[in-house]
Write a protein that binds this ligand. Structure first.
Ligand SMILES: Nc1ncnc2c1ncn2[C@@H]1O[C@H](COP(=O)(O)OP(=O)(O)OP(=O)(O)O)[C@@H](O)[C@H]1O
Ligand SMILES: [Mg+2]
Length: 423
């Protein structure tokens, strides 16, 4: 009996499905308690170079008072060819080493569940890792290498929104045909496909001709968090601070690149570069917002960006269900309490939503169909919970065509359903 795993290695969350005896099952990967189906795609290294993943990583990081090195959104680095490796407490890790740690953990959870070694896997990949074809190829190669390091021997790839479509297909009666627009809104990417599905088509071999179009953008949950940071929080860290450089009496603005990096929290450690630190020290000497620059130094040195961004993400998620909320953060002598409204959130992110809208329209156009010829719009991924995203689809297709799939497991379920296409 052949057993194959489906692994959705996500920017924010990862998940596992098992294909055996022609059936697909989603398996908890991070303990049995709430949310165990998913594992946060995070790593934590303490100073003894012990490595933790998922819930344990977050717990240990908090317990250690953020002393070690915490990493999130690792998937985002896959297409970044200038990021080859990173040193953690004197040990060098390539990007595929880091991904392999997460995949190995998921593989072990799955093997404990099925009771044997499993060497075959279908991995999800976004439609677009990068607009640059060479970088896109590098990203997939790195993911494949990581899977090999984790112990997989047979490795296949499936597009994440195609996987979501296959999960949708299983909800149809035998013979029932639909043309669906799939929107998968995750943490790092928003991925789209227009695909023809048919109930009972589970084991049909080649599905390529059913995919009418594919597309994606690098705008998803993390971008919305960054935008909130930029507009609502970054002023606490000197976004508007000015300073005078040696011997010249004019005011300078703090370099935008510093604030921009600060707004992508997984990149904050890059601000530890010696040159940047020196510049910040110079700025601190003459700035008109001394307190903010001190906070900037603190967030870089103490590594508390993770907690700050958790507060931001929490506020963002609350705005999916309510009109207003507070971004609240009270730690390390820093009190941030910023009110934010849903309408305000939407207007701050107008550019981001516009990029998504453009991509949606391109994917529809490339399918050769009019929106009226598409039967169903199926939305999945955590970010699909944002009401404005649903409104964007309602404007194009009408509310009656919208359907929300399980936000967090339809991709991984569909990766399991993809197995007969490969083996
Ligand atoms: N209720 C909500 N409202 C808005 N955003 C949400 C909500 N719940 C979760 N999210 C966001 O969804 C994202 C995670 O979704 P998901 O787990 O589908 O992503 P992923 O699969 O890890 O990422 P990707 O597919 O891009 O690699 C996070 O950015 C999270 O903040
Ligand atoms: Mg995803």
């Amino acid at each position: 009996m052949q057993i194959v795993f489906g692994i959705d290695f996500g920017t924010t969350n990862s998940a596992l499905s098992v294909y055996r005896n022609g059936k697909v099952e989603v398996i908890p990967v991070d303990g049995a308690s709430s949310g165990g189906e998913l594992m946060r795609s995070v790593l934590y290294f303490n100073e003894e170079n012990e490595i933790y993943t998922g819930k344990e990583a977050i717990h240990q990081y908090v317990t250690d008072g953020a002393a070690g090195r915490f990493m999130q959104s690792i998937k985002t680095f896959l297409p970044n060819i200038s990021f080859v490796s990173t040193e953690v407490f004197g040990k060098r890790f390539t990007i595929d080493d880091l991904v392999a740690i997460i995949l190995r953990k998921i593989k072990a959870s799955g093997e404990a569940h099925v009771g044997c070694t499993v060497e075959c896997v279908v991995l999800g990949r976004p439609v677009v890792f990068s607009m640059d074809a060479a970088k896109d190829a590098v990203a997939q190669q790195r993911l494949e290498k990581a899977a090999r390091k984790a112990g997989f021997k047979n490795i296949w790839f499936q597009y994440e929104p195609v996987a979501a479509a296959l999960a949708f297909e299983e909800t149809l009666h035998a013979g029932q045909e639909r043309t669906v627009f799939i929107g998968d809104f995750g943490g790092g990417t928003s991925d789209f496909s227009v695909i023809r599905v048919k109930g009972g088509a589970f084991a049909r071999s080649d599905r390529r001709s059913d995919v009418l179009s594919l597309g994606g953008v690098y705008v998803a949950g993390d971008k919305f968090d960054s935008q909130i940071m930029w507009d609502k929080v970054a002023h606490h860290f000197g976004r508007y601070a000015r300073y005078k450089s040696m011997g010249i009496d004019d005011w300078h603005c703090i370099p935008k690149s510093i604030i921009y990096t600060l707004c992508q929290w997984h990149r904050i450690p890059l601000l530890r570069a010696r040159k940047t630190r020196e510049l910040i020290r110079v700025i601190k000497g003459t700035t008109d917002d001394h307190r903010a620059i001190e906070q900037l130094e603190n967030i870089i040195n103490d590594n508390f960006g993770f907690f700050l961004f958790q507060a931001i993400e929490k506020a963002k998620c609350e705005l999916s269900d309510q009109e207003r909320t507070l971004i609240h953060f009270a730690e390390r002598e820093l009190l941030i309490s910023e009110e934010i409204g849903k309408v305000e959130f939407e207007s701050l992110n107008a550019d981001n939503f516009q990029q998504i809208a453009t991509c949606i329209d391109e994917v529809i156009a490339r399918s050769g169909l009019m929106p009226s010829q598409i039967d169903t719009v199926s939305l999945t991924g955590g970010t699909s919970r944002i009401p404005y995203i649903q409104t964007m689809f309602a404007a194009r297709f009408g509310w009656e065509k919208l359907e929300n799939r399980d936000a967090f497991t339809s991709v991984v379920y569909g990766l399991g359903s993809s197995v007969p296409l490969f083996v």
